[in-house]
Write a protein that binds this ligand. Sequence first.
Ligand SMILES: [Zn+2]
Length: 259
Amino acid sequence: MTWKYAYIVFIFCLTACDPTRHFEKQIIDPVNQQPAISARQQEIDRIYSLLVYYLVYRDWQPDTLPRDKRRGYNIGALLVDKENRPVYYGLNCINSLDNATQHGEVRAITAYIAREKCFNLDGFTIYTTLEPCIMCAGMMTMTAVKRVVYGQHDVEYSKAFERLAVDTRPIGGFPPYPRQVIAEPSPSVFTGRLDSAYREFLRTDPEKILAKFLHSETARALYHDAWQALLEYKPEDPSNFPVYKGAIQFLAGSGNGQE
Ligand SMILES: [Zn+2]
């Protein structure tokens, strides 16, 4: 019994003294903490996620089209203002413009600021179909975007906001970058569906290129289902009826996006 007790104490001390776990708790855990989101806001997030999936689906670039004939990747971003109204969107145009910077987020942010002659996007939320890269995360940080809600997790280019938020001073590093943007996966069911389809793609596809998955018939079918889900959506919270109506009206509006 005494030996058993001593063994438990030994294991406890080993865990408590583990420097990796110590720094993980001090450096990584704070970055992964998410703020509480109200049920009403979660529903708004689901509605706008469906809307941005549809904006991409509406101009779907299939893998049957040669690469030089495609606009760009099937990725898009939707800007939502402080009053929770969708105001602008952008789609990836890296091929049509032959310019690697032309991600949906960059296009939407720069075109909207130019059109509205506003200095930044203070308090805005951006809904994207894919977890943003570091270039877009940097632009959102510098334009004072409040939140980003993304549809599918990236793997290689993931955790851009977390990397900007990490505080490595306890190990002699650097403070977090200023103006942190809250980044979280969408509560829409399509986040999990796209993530698991992408995991399967990574397991079976020899090339394992995300853009290839995003041009695939599997991804197209999921985006199609998201469009159907948007059309059939019935808000659970009655106060979200105007949000849903605004989302549907946004689809019909002209001049509210960059393709
Ligand atoms: Zn990007």
